[in-house]
Design a protein around this ligand. Structure first.
Ligand code: SAM
Length: 346
């Protein structure tokens, strides 16, 4: 989105953005899980330094008198301060101390709205922020009313599609589509539908952000939608899953953009030329024998359809061996804590 990245961490990116862009970020970030507004970064090796650093933040500029400010996330890594419960308790006291100066009381009802606080300490550097997204991370787009037994996170699905470099003019096929996450995310990406268009965030309730800013971003996002023709196919062996996938697509008005059908993966032999296959395979030890059969069938499809681009998520480490060739790229991904591999062949 064109912002200047200051530092990257595992699973986090620190960047500079104007305060008013908080709405835009929540609305448009397709692969991130949440947007945290960083209020201060400082060094602290003792609890006194932690208290001083946090109490000096003008919390009253952000949190109104009735606001709740739970400390929802505390992390400490390679730092002198490591007791998470003590960090949490001291931080809370420091926020109360700052707020009491503004509001002249030490008793706060903590009702509404909610300002979820994050405290990260790494190598004695404290980062203090407010989570602008809220309880439900950005992967909750709002369209997935019904899920499969092993649904893929929407943010991961979007990331896989982006990393596949899918050409929107070509077909995209998900032969194990389940509740339809990959086909739906693919159409949202191609049609430039803002991923957060169907939901609201914690910051929507904060008085220091103006409602008109949100309405402005939302209206702009609606104008940006491109009504283009797409060739996206989602298929699954389960009729129940196809029903669910259709309902999910319907809640985003994607009618006519995706063709969902009941189909056994092993029926795929000839694929339209220059297609992309983007999918995540069924998981689990129980499926081990069948899993190898699926991978062997992918190998066959890949060899019979030379111009296809193949991207699949699997927990199997044996894919290169079964395929008899090295994938162009392997990316390790954690899907709800499970280590999986994105194998990419083209
Ligand atoms: C890991 S889930 C896919 C989840 C999906 N990405 C989502 O977000 O909901 C795997 C899917 O493969 C389907 N499946 C299993 N064997 C199949 C086969 N032989 N042909 C087609 N689909 C199959 C299951 O019904 C299940 O929905």
């Amino acid at each position: 989105m064109g912002y200047k990245i200051v530092q990257t961490f595992r699973g986090r990116v620190l960047f500079n953005a104007p305060l008013q862009d908080v709405f835009k970020l929540n609305l448009w970030l397709r692969t991130a899980e949440r947007v945290v507004l960083v209020l201060k970064r400082f060094e602290a090796e003792t609890f006194d330094e932690l208290f001083d650093g946090i109490s000096q933040i003008p919390w009253g500029d952000y949190i109104n008198k009735k606001g709740a400010f739970p400390i929802v996330k505390v992390r400490s890594n390679k730092s002198n301060l490591f007791s998470l419960s003590d960090i949490q308790a001291i931080s809370k006291k420091a926020i109360v101390s700052s707020l009491s100066k503004k509001y002249g009381t030490i008793i706060f009802e903590e009702k509404y709205p909610i300002y979820p606080i994050h405290i990260y300490i790494k190598k004695n550097v404290v980062t203090v922020g407010i989570d602008t997204t809220g309880k439900e991370g950005l992967h909750k787009r709002g369209y997935r009313k019904y899920v499969s037994t092993a649904p893929l996170r929407e943010t991961i699905a979007a990331g896989i599609i982006i990393s596949s470099n899918w050409d929107f003019n070509k077909s995209l096929i998900d032969p194990f589509c389940g509740s339809g996450t990959i086909p739906i995310e693919a159409s949202m990406l191609a049609m430039n539908i803002a991923p957060g268009i169907g939901r609201r965030f914690a910051c929507n309730n904060w008085p220091f952000f103006y409602k008109y800013q949100w309405n402005f971003e939302l209206e702009k996002a609606k104008e940006f939608i491109k009504n283009i023709d797409l060739s996206i196919i989602g298929s699954d062996i389960s009729s129940e899953m196809i029903k669910i996938a259709k309902l999910n697509a319907k809640s985003l008005n994607l009618h006519g953009k995706i063709r969902f059908e009941i189909k056994d993966f092993f029926e795929y032999i000839q694929i339209p030329t220059e297609s992309w296959i983007v999918t995540n395979l069924p998981y689990g030890q129980r499926l081990k024998i069948r899993k190898n059969k699926i991978i062997r069938h992918f190998k066959e499809i890949f060899e019979n359809n030379k111009d296809i681009s193949l991207h699949f998520l699997s927990d199997s480490e044996k894919v290169p061996k079964i395929f008899g060739r090295k994938p162009k790229r392997i990316i390790i991904i954690y899907n709800s804590g499970l280590k999986v591999y994105l194998y990419q062949f083209w």
